[in-house]
Design a protein around this ligand. Structure first.
Ligand SMILES: [Zn+2]
Ligand SMILES: [Zn+2]
Length: 242
């Protein structure tokens, strides 16, 4: 272990001690009296959960009365269903950015708990967990792949194995600046399936941190097409467009 790695691991441990998931609110750092809670009363009163009317396929918030979103109506989806307990906005958005870019690995555990609760509520049955891969350069910069850290926590909660069947071997351009079609092309050929036999006939749970346009999970679930079913999950889904 080099010195840099040593300090990073020590920092993770210190943060785990300061924020042992059940003492501070994961969204605002306020103290919480109840040990089983991860979010304080005040934050719970804000519209943080993705529990309104949603697309049955991609879990995106949609206008009341609609069942499937426009994009899922027009596009074939290779995945069965998406599960995202939170709306990607405000404090939740800030916490996810912290988890992704600020080495706040300790946030994965409580967030995974909310994902798992929703998977159980929706009765999603899966045999294995496949994290959306990150390029090794990105992992080196961040210290970890956030999707893998969430997947690890889901493996603990569900007792199902992790299968790193997908790898990212080409660094793609930042998705944020691109349109829908460009995102799709940008990602294709950057992710590969290592061995189709790993997932053949299985029910796979694909794990990411956030789902915005579904481009990433669409590319991943297309690669996993030898699986029986592919479900996707993430912490949060983009909010309802006005
Ligand atoms: Zn709070
Ligand atoms: Zn949809």
């Amino acid at each position: 272990m080099n010195l840099k790695e040593f300090f990073r691991k020590t920092k993770d441990k210190v943060l785990d001690t300061i924020f042992p998931n059940d003492i501070k609110c994961i969204l605002c750092d306020r103290d919480i009296p109840d040990n089983n809670q991860h979010i304080c009363e005040k934050c719970l009163k804000e519209n943080i959960f993705n529990n309104g009317n949603r697309c049955v396929k991609c879990d995106m918030p949609i206008k009341e009365g609609n069942i499937v979103c426009d994009r899922c109506t027009q596009t074939h989806r290779s995945f069965e269903k998406c599960i995202c307990p939170f709306i990607y906005d405000g404090k939740v958005r800030n916490a996810i950015i912290k988890l992704k870019d600020d080495k706040a690995k300790y946030l994965a555990k409580p967030f995974a708990k909310y994902i798992y609760e929703k998977l159980e509520k929706e009765d999603i049955q899966f045999d294995m967990i496949v994290p959306v891969p990150s390029h090794k350069k990105t992992i080196k910069r961040r210290g970890y792949n956030p999707a893998k850290v969430i997947a690890d926590e889901l493996a603990v909660l569900s007792g199902k194995p992790i299968c790193e069947a997908l790898i990212k071997n080409v660094l793609s351009k930042n998705q944020k600046a691109l349109g829908f079609q460009e995102r799709q092309t940008n990602l294709q050929n950057t992710i590969v399936l290592t061995d189709k036999n790993l997932i053949k006939g299985k029910n796979v749970l694909l794990v990411d941190d956030i789902i915005t346009t579904c481009a990433t999970i669409e590319v991943c679930s297309t690669l996993l097409n030898k699986a029986n079913k592919v479900y996707a999950c993430a912490i949060a889904r983009t909010k309802l467009k006005d």
